[in-house]
Write a protein that binds this ligand. Structure first.
Ligand code: FAD
Length: 426
């Protein structure tokens, strides 16, 4: 498993508190479905299967929400990181539309899960993509046209003057506001889903990395302290999965991204920064994403790295990006800084499929997983229950491994990213 800075560094952990402590697996178990990974994908899969009456065991190598899900920028956006074009080329217009509709259904599913399971996770609606450059201002028009063609009516263009009234910065030329997208506290959310899965009957073991996957019917997961024998396996370890399934590992690049949390600014000062409390994302390739927290901090994310975690350098660099947007925060202390791995696929489209008829996986959310992970869990549950049509909308997407495989993919991507950064600067 990939390690990172301890998640306890993050504002999410401090504000959510320690959470429920769960035991490690000790001994041998059998069940209908074994799920690997206690992030949004794994918890949603476990919940939906347990609700259908399956006996589910979930193994989490660290604690629930340890991976990207508990560290995320947590903007809930429709669609895919790849955009619709990649999906249309691979699936045709009807297939791409079906995939988009599933992402919209995922938005409704997220709202329903939060409501039905009474998950208190600071859910707030409103998000805007913003353009830093003239080219991006045109891209926003194209984005809106595309969304309207997909019968997504929730966006509105914000021209410079109106945008300036909402955001206390002169950095942007135009925005595209989406009244349906949302943001939330991701660690409280994933913990809420885990608790709901347990109430539905799933068993969750923490501090239990699955070390080996033995294919077969049944399949078997081997851990340091026991085994789980299961008719089906759902691999939801994503960028953190590493050695358990080497063919999956080569198809995603774990890219780290960082968030800082300012000290509490007080309600009035925080409100001047983002008047309508929306989440914001710019259109640069190495993008800035930010929002207010429930306790009136600015949570500002950005910067990617391929060379490992460097806490001081990261905090400095992310703060510099924040000051490029809000120079008026120069006097403000940074209380928390953390990072996590995003699972980028070659074409940035999601990679859901089977390694064997009874071994399912979902990965490749490419930084756009807050909605799609939870939907992937529902789709995997449907597929395991014998209704695979909707899961199979995605299995028709072809995914190539990164050139150079797991060892050389990093230098290749660094070169690629340098090019994109240069393009952002120009
Ligand atoms: C800093 C950051 C900001 C982001 N911002 C956004 C955003 O604003 N909007 C958006 O849509 N998406 C965003 N994302 C992406 C989104 O958070 C992810 O797509 C999503 O959380 C992935 O969920 P997951 O459950 O698939 O994986 P993860 O949350 O990474 O969960 C995988 C889990 O599996 C466990 N695991 C791995 N291997 C094993 C093993 N062998 N045995 C047992 N357990 C194992 C790990 O410990 C981990 O807990 C962001 C990601 C990061 C890191």
């Amino acid at each position: 498993m990939l390690s990172f800075n301890q998640p306890t560094d993050s504002w999410y952990h401090v504000s959510a508190g320690p959470g429920v402590a769960r035991p490690a697996l000790d001994g041998d178990l059998s069940c209908d479905v074994a799920v690997v990974g206690g992030g949004l994908t794994g918890c949603s899969t476990a919940l939906h299967l347990a609700q259908r009456g399956y006996r589910v065991v979930l193994l989490e190598g660290a604690t629930v929400g340890y991976g990207a899900s508990g560290r995320s920028g947590a903007q809930l956006l429709p669609g895919f990181a790849s955009g619709q074009g990649v999906l249309r080329a691979a699936l045709g217009a009807a297939g791409a539309r079906a995939a988009f509709n599933l992402s919209i259904e995922g938005m409704a599913l997220s709202q329903r899960l939060i409501r039905d399971h009474a998950i208190e996770c600071d859910y707030r609606v409103g998000q805007a993509h913003v353009a830093v450059k003239p080219r991006q201002a045109l891209e926003l028009l194209a984005m809106q046209r595309e969304l309207e063609a997909l019968d997504y009516p929730h966006t509105r263009l914000l021209e410079q003057e109106e945008l300036g009234q909402l955001l206390a910065t002169t950095r942007y030329r135009r925005g595209l506001f989406d009244s349906h997208s949302a943001h939330l506290h991701p660690l409280k959310y994933v913990r809420g889903l885990a608790a709901a899965a347990e109430r539905a009957g799933a068993r969750i073991f923490e501090h239990t990395p699955a070390l080996q996957l033995q294919h077969g019917e049944p399949a078997r997961l081997v851990t340091a302290t026991g085994t789980v024998t299961a008719r089906h396996v759902a691999l939801c370890g994503n960028a953190y999965l590493q050695g358990l399934a080497p063919t999956l590992r080569a198809r995603i690049m774990p890219v780290s991204t960082y968030i800082i949390a300012t000290e509490p600014l007080g309600e009035a000062r925080a409100a001047t920064l983002i008047r309508n409390d929306m989440a914001v994302t710019d259109l640069n390739f190495v993008l800035d994403y930010y929002r207010r927290s429930a306790d009136h901090r600015l949570l500002f994310g950005g910067r990617v790295s391929y060379s490992g975690y460097d806490p001081l350098g990261t905090t400095r660099a992310t703060r510099a990006r924040m000051l490029a947007v809000y120079p008026q925060l120069a006097d403000v202390r940074i209380d928390h800084a953390w990072g996590g791995y995003v699972d980028i696929s070659m074409n940035r489209a999601p990679d859901f499929n089977r390694l064997a008829p009874n071994i399912y996986y979902a990965q490749g959310f490419s930084g756009h997983g807050m909605i799609l992970t939870v939907m992937a869990g529902q789709l995997m549950a449907e597929a395991i229950a014998g209704q695979a049509e909707r899961f199979d909308v995605f299995t028709r997407l072809r995914h190539r491994p990164f050139p150079g495989g797991a060892l050389l993919r990093r230098p290749a991507l660094v070169l690629g990213m340098l090019w994109y950064r240069l393009r952002d600067l120009l």
